[in-house]
Design a protein around this ligand. Structure first.
Ligand code: PLP
Length: 398
């Protein structure tokens, strides 16, 4: 063989006995087959084997099978983002002329998705009170095909009665999908609580380092899995081996990171509830948080996320107080190693039941910093909120 060919020819390094603890990163577009017959039969391999890079590599399959084991699912499908998992689940479950119900507390991109995308396909959508429980029976009608739950709800943290909602939906022939991003399969086994599709934005706690986007859908019905796989193929959606390996790395420390974030958040919440300007703190582990008893009944733990409803009078000084924090980056998403803060000028849009407060809402995602350092930082911020004209804030304004 000549040199250009030798550049392309496998050497001796790949064989032999080698084993490490890392999951190998199998990059691929082409998958190679041993025979012409195997190549010609490759379409049969789309669902559980390997046929083309877009449809999965050993790295992405390893991630999917580990997630399926945690979810108690027959199959898990990895998708390029949490929202892709929400969209694919909805499209796989609902057809034109049918309807999907979302909780009023749904993840915020869902409302424009329903209005500007599902409606154009002839798929209807309505919203329901997340605390409705078995009362969902009165909201369902013959055309409802899918009911979403998100427990606890985005920003406002209401914990839902998922088994009661699932029973009411199934009694009317509707399927149930859970956005289980907050809990992850470590804290809530959605499928065991009556849900048909368990969705997780892996970008949050599971990947865990604020540097990768991915989502998953887990199901027990293999027919549903094949439909989800087909639909993602038709839309050209797949996940890379590199990003799958980052999520697998996150998964190895998920339990210990969630424990730590939850403990630190608990410490901070106990302090924050007593601060001036705080109207209410939402944290499912707190006895006053909506659905706390359901959280105790159904979940095996919590997360490091809490939302603070502030009094109206805090509004003018809020940006300055938040910008004075040194350990909390301002940004969307959550579940990473670093603490984050997200600020809304007023409670998020609700169309079924008006929010209990009118002031700004601040959501904290607690990371892995030392909780005493975080507490000191928050104390600085709250001092600034109560007395905005003291210190560096005034200087910055000048
Ligand atoms: C972030 C998030 C999503 C979307 O996930 P991406 O990976 O960012 O697309 C969906 N649901 C909830 C509850 C989330 O927090």
């Amino acid at each position: 063989m000549r040199d250009p060919t030798l550049c392309l020819t496998p050497g001796d390094g790949l064989g032999g006995a080698f084993e490490s603890l890392a999951v190998p990163v199998h990059r691929a577009s082409t998958v190679v087959f041993p025979t012409v017959a195997a190549y010609q039969g490759r379409r049969d391999e789309i669902y559980d084997g390997f046929s083309y890079g877009l449809y999965g590599t050993p790295t992405s399959r390893e991630l999917e099978t580990r997630l399926a084991r945690l979810e108690g699912a027959a199959r898990t499908l990895a998708l390029p983002s949490g929202f892709a998992a929400i969209a694919m689940t909805t499209l796989a479950a609902v057809r034109p002329g049918e309807e999907v119900l979302f909780p009023d507390t749904t993840y915020d991109t869902v409302r424009p998705f329903a209005e500007r995308f599902l409606a154009g396909l002839g798929i209807g959508s309505r919203y329901y009170d997340p605390m409705i429980g078995a009362g969902l029976a009165e909201v369902l009608d013959g055309g409802t095909r899918l009911v979403w739950v998100e427990s606890p709800g985005s920003m406002t943290m209401e914990v839902q009665d998922v088994p009661a909602i699932a029973a009411a939906a199934h009694a009317r022939g509707a399927m149930v999908a859970a956005d289980n991003t907050w809990a992850t399969p470590l804290r809530f086994k959605a499928l065991a609580h009556g849900v048909d599709f368990s969705v997780c934005a892996l970008s949050k706690y599971v990947a865990g380092h604020s540097d990768v986007m991915m989502g998953s859908v887990s199901v027990n019905d293999v027919g549903l899995y094949r439909k989800l796989k087909d639909y993602s193929r038709f839309l050209g959606l797949g996940v890379s081996a590199d990003e799958s390996s980052l999520v697998l790395r996150g998964l190895e420390t998920l339990a210990i990171r969630m424990d730590r974030a939850e403990q630190s958040a608990r410490r901070l919440v106990d302090w924050v509830v007593a601060q001036p300007g705080v109207a209410e703190v939402r944290f499912p582990q707190l006895a006053t948080s909506p659905g706390h008893a359901l959280w105790r009944r159904d979940f095996t733990g919590g997360a490091g996320l809490f939302s603070v409803f502030l009094e109206d009078w805090t509004r003018p000084a809020l940006a300055e107080a938040v910008e004075s924090l040194q350990l909390f980056a301002i940004g969307a998403s959550w579940g990473g190693t670093r603490s984050l803060v997200a600020v809304l000028d007023r409670p998020p849009l609700r169309t079924v039941a008006p929010p209990a407060h009118t002031g700004p809402v601040v959501r904290f995602s607690i990371g892995l910093e030392d909780p005493e350092d975080l507490l000191q930082d928050l104390a600085r911020g709250f001092a600034r909120l109560a007395a905005p004209d003291q210190g560096g804030g005034a200087q910055r304004r000048a």
